[in-house]
Design a protein around this ligand. Sequence first.
Ligand code: GDP
Ligand code: ZN
Length: 461
Amino acid sequence: MPNHPTSPPIVAIATATGRGGVGVVRASGSFAAIDALAQAICGRTLTPRHAHYGAFLDEHHQPIDHGLALYFNAPHSYTGEHVLELQGHGGPVVMQLLLRRCLSVGAAHGMRLAAAGEFTERAFLNDKIDLAQAEAIADLIEASTEAAAKSAVRSLSGEFSSRIHTLVDKVVHLRMLVEATLDFPEEEIDFLQKADAFGQLDRIQAELAGVLSTAKQGALLRDGVNVVLVGQPNVGKSSLLNALSGQDVAIVTPIAGTTRDTVTQSVQIDGVPLNIIDTAGLRDTDDVVEKIGIERTWAAVEKADVVLHLIDATQAEQERLGDTSLLKALDEKIPSGAPRLTLINKSDLLEQSAVNDDSRMYISAKTGEGLDPLRARLLFIVGFEKTASDVFIARERHLTALRHADEHIQTAYAHALTQDQKLDLFAEELRLAQEQLNQITGAFTSDDLLGVIFSSFCIGK
Ligand code: GDP
Ligand code: ZN
């Protein structure tokens, strides 16, 4: 049965706004509230998990629409409460009429519009899914590439959670041993040896490192990578954006200073979403509009994960670098740790072929020469190495928790290694590591965190 019998019944349009063949209004709540809807709108009490075809009635018993009604009894439903789904025709007016009808019938039971993510939040509160799975539902809906969607399904089916549970079990096992020993101080001395504590710690650390590396890949798939193109006017930034995206999204002209605003295009390489950002050419200018464009370039550079600095292969070496004060400014804006790669563009105009090295690559945005090696290098730079089929989706929040857990395990190790083996501190660090891991699945969370997570969902989910 639901853990929160006092929460009011909720209702929302569950399908996307706009027109579609089918639209769904979904309600969740107590049996009394849901049965009242069924009786008033479908004219009878519904059998659980049966599709009932018929009219959806208004307050004058006139049909609003004809469609399928599905009733799921608690706890065998998405939310774990009693749920009614009315599948009508997917027009905005029909959906609004059905929604209003539900609200007016349900008013007697306190029914209200669902907040963003509230159905999923109830599923979490009623133990239908854990927090990592709830997040995976939002990530599946938001997924921008096929690989991101597949990895979200993997998290949703519990692969990520089960790796976390395994880790927690191992930490708890060791913690129990340490705490039991604390009660018998005379045995502390050879406890660590007997229990193979170091072996256990080693295995926990190895497992943590494995989960962290997969989660990092999952976070890449979810969040994408910001790749910012910078360089002087006319070096071919807009041409490169178009070549990488396979469409003409940025204006290409031989007139310097054409791109005055940043243009962003999402492309994918092996399923990793990249946001490629074309910027205004960097040069000293008095043109007011162009100055604003350059300001926006700096703003984009500050949020870059990777900076691609384009130069023109046909320019002489000194010319290529351009304005030294702008170059210095560029260096200062690039976030620390964001890799930067120099691309020598227009290689098609060079007489002899040139050789790439770690920091420079030759490309031609015009002929496409060198673009495949560039794509491969980008994946390497952002650290994507897994084949997408091994990855479960993850968020920055999960990475932080995993890193903190690892720090606590390391500190635990340090306590165990000291001469007088501080077992109480050792146990405490294990407890803190466990707490961090539990935050991922939501076994240990604050209401604030739940609010942040579920409010980012769409309404009706
Ligand atoms: P941006 O100002 O850096 O965005 O440069 P554009 O992409 O607008 O390109 C400026 C000019 O260089 C245009 O006339 C392009 O056709 C030309 N161009 C860009 N890339 C190449 C290239 O790889 N080879 C050659 N030959 N011309 C290029
Ligand atoms: Zn441009």
